[in-house]
Design a protein around this ligand. Sequence first.
Ligand code: IP8
Length: 265
Amino acid sequence: MKHLTIVKLGGSVITHKDSTPPKVNEANLSRIANELKVHTRGELIIILGGGAHGHQAAHSHGFADPTSPKELLVKGIPPIRHNMSALASSVETSLSEEGIPAIVIPPFVSVTLRNGLIHDYPTNIIRKSLDNGLVVITHGDVCFDEENIVSILSGDTIAVYLAKELDAKTILIGTDVDGVLDDNPKTNPSAKHIPVINQENKDTILSKTGPSTNTDVTGGMSKKVTELLEISRQNREIIIFNLTVPDRLKFLLQNKTTICTRIQS
Ligand code: IP8
């Protein structure tokens, strides 16, 4: 592979997170698709977070509660799959409108988990698609679990796994905040932005970052940073940035500076 870039589109940016039934944020999505057009550097994987489409149905079917009965979790599979497929299809359409040839490869059909962690993740079709010049869209999903019947696979976990497996050189994690801050910027407007996280400051920072919201069943910012630190190494760019602000994704794809948090080894 020449230079694999992985871009995660946070669910709170591409969906209206509080809307029931879930709604795609069409304005953000078409802007993002337009910004993605500047990408010319090599292979591209786009990973979608759950947002309204994934987290509401996951929450109401007991995925945030380890004591939930099996029947309730299984009942959640069709609505979660339906919603995530609809979201992925909207993203595919927006990319197609910008002339970006993309296909959706959903985890549910081939990935299995064990205790919520990836157990088996075949990547052959992803590799073949990238090798043939296609942009791959995949997304957080509900997946069968060898121990717990079914679990939620987060888009962040996919990003980390595929980055390792396919040796990604650039990983851009789009969220609705400016990267990592030392407090929740939504409740504390004077929260300080952290430009770099590395081995020296990681423990202090992780003690301050918490889960994102009540309906987010997959862990929020501290899990993101912990997982990303595991794959940080020289010659791999890992960035958390604000995808709600126009042009930041575009600048990062063009290797220009913008407000963000870099995760370094
Ligand atoms: O928003 C969660 O993905 P995330 C996916 O990336 C579902 O954590 C189905 C809730």
